[in-house]
Design a protein around this ligand. Structure first.
Ligand SMILES: [Mn+2]
Length: 526
């Protein structure tokens, strides 16, 4: 609840002399503002987006500025090729702005618009950016300064500060937008879709253009070295969080404790936002792919744990899943399935390189699963791998895709999934194209024993392929998924994920953690 903090703390500080100091700062700031602007428009703080920056407390560890101008030019080049329009055009994108909960003065959590961030590198809510292809110039529009809000949210970034911080040619306040866009006469100005942040300028904009979306997505598909550094950073923080979770079993008796341990270490490392809601499950709950309830006790009978969680760094994601036994001792069945999923994963990474079709890697992972199930006796040995593959019976044990593109979004743009594909083996594959150097993709095979998903198998024609007695030994595991983030390189891939997935090493980490008593050396106070 960060916004409660922002609103309440100043109220407490406003007692006594504190209020005079705040107004002194406000007064001096007001002078500066008036120098910059002829007229300062004072609007009620309840309708004005606060101008504090997201991630302000984070230290940039990636040197240089976010390459917004290179991104804009890249988008323009893709746009020209796709639309065949060679005359000058403009791109206008609006960032997210604060919005209040209904009947409340608390703001909704905010997540920067990814397309806007891609062309600006700016997290400040209420900002806009304009690219003019003719002059190859990028203009950032900051939200107008609201004096009253300074008391609550602090001083906003000045024009000069923004100019030196961001890779843009000009910085202006948003009251200049209309004039700026109107002067772009006779040329089309493209935006994504009309929404609350840009509808004010709708008469000047061309929205929902397919070529513009295509250009943005194709550009975001291939990460430049700056973006890769941000993703390396996100991946490193995530490694540390997963290691912390595996090391702290003495204080993890509930799924929420696993969640808490991950978040504690993410926040301590400066990652305030997660790429997605962490999935922390145990036992049969591991069979629910996007389980986010994260609140059940981890009883001794629930020996398997699955955590799928990733830190975000400067709007860039990581996405990692690890599984382990709660006491460090793998059960026979858990280890069998774990090793099988590991084999599916390595079979995919071995062939991951530019030119490889992602569908092929995904379908090959299914074949590895089928071979494994034949060896374990879950599938009847009178059937061949090909027969079982054609019957598509593995889709109920591995229902999701092998992996998806990763970038600013966890399921990043450019994958062109076909959710209406009638083939159950491919329906949920979120990447339907060949790999290219510069893509970042998750490699995340899984194997699940989900009663709901398998109901059709157990009570239909597909039961003929299954040894029910053998299958029954595996339900308690719930499921296993192993997920790493791969950067596709010119000659293969680089694994951005460093946390071990070796079952013996994981076992050692857990046992070492368990040797420490709950009250000895852990930070928990409740
Ligand atoms: Mn994923």
């Amino acid at each position: 609840m960060p916004h409660i903090f922002l609103y309440l703390v100043p109220c407490i500080l406003c007692r006594g002399n504190g209020i005079n100091q705040i107004f002194a700062v406000l007064k001096s700031h007001s002078k500066k503002v008036n120098q910059r602007k002829e007229e300062v428009k004072v609007i009620s703080p309840l309708v004005v987006p606060r101008s504090s920056c997201l991630n302000t407390s984070l230290t940039m560890t990636v040197s240089g500025k976010y390459p917004a101008k290179a991104h804009a030019l890249n988008v323009y080049n893709h746009f020209k090729t796709h639309s065949k329009i060679t005359s000058p055009v403009g791109f206008f994108l609006s960032g997210e702005s604060y919005e209040f909960w209904e009947y409340s003065d608390q703001t909704k959590p905010i997540r920067q618009n990814r397309y806007f961030f891609y062309l600006s590198g700016v997290s400040i809510p209420g900002s806009h950016v304009f690219y003019d292809s003719e002059s190859d110039s990028l203009t950032l529009f900051l939200p107008e300064v609201d004096e009253e809000d300074v008391m609550w949210s602090g001083l906003p970034l000045s024009v000069e500060e923004a100019k030196s911080k961001y890779n843009v040619d000009h910085v202006k306040y948003s009251d200049k937008i209309e004039k700026e866009l109107s002067s772009f006469k006779g040329k089309k100005i493209y935006t994504t879709s009309l929404n609350k942040n840009n509808e004010k300028y709708s008469s000047l904009l061309t929205a929902d253009d397919k070529s513009f979306f295509y250009a943005l997505d194709e550009s975001r598909l291939i990460k430049d070295s700056y973006e890769i550094e941000l993703m390396r950073k996100a991946a490193k923080l995530t490694d540390n969080c997963h290691l912390a979770v595996m090391s702290a079993l003495p204080i993890e008796h509930n799924e929420s404790h696993i969640h808490a341990e991950f978040m504690y270490h993410a926040l301590r490392q400066g990652s305030k936002y997660q790429s997605y809601d962490p999935i922390c499950c145990s036992g049969e709950n591991c069979s629910t792919l996007h389980y986010v309830k994260n609140d059940e006790d981890i009883a001794p009978t629930r020996r398997s744990v699955l955590i799928d969680a990733g830190c975000e760094w400067e709007c860039y994601a990581s996405d990692v899943t690890r599984c382990f036994p709660i006491n460090g001792e793998w059960t026979k069945e858990h280890l069998e399935i774990y090793k099988l999923v590991l084999k599916m994963q390595s079979s995919a990474s071995e062939t991951a390189k530019p030119g490889a079709l992602w569908e092929d890697l995904h379908l090959h992972a299914h074949k590895v699963l089928i071979e494994g199930f034949l060896e374990l006796g879950i599938f009847k040995s009178e059937y061949t791998v090909e027969e079982l593959f054609k019957a598509k019976v593995s889709a109920r044990f591995f229902p999701h895709g092998l992996g998806h593109l990763l970038g600013m979004d966890t399921h990043d743009v450019g994958g062109y999934p076909k959710y209406d594909d009638p083939d159950p083996l491919l329906q949920y594959l979120r990447m339907r194209r060949t790999l290219q150097a510069g893509m970042v993709i998750t490699n995340e095979p899984g194997c699940y024993f989900n009663p709901f998903l398998l109901d059709e198998v157990l009570n239909g024609e597909l039961i003929k392929y299954i040894n029910k007695d053998v299958l029954d030994k595996y339900w308690y595991i719930g499921g296993v998924r192993i997920e790493d983030d791969l950067l596709i390189t010119e000659d293969g891939y680089e694994n951005l994920t460093g946390i071990t997935s070796d079952p013996e090493e994981i076992s050692k980490i857990i046992k070492k953690g368990l040797e420490r008593a709950a009250a000895d050396g852990f930070h928990n106070v409740v």
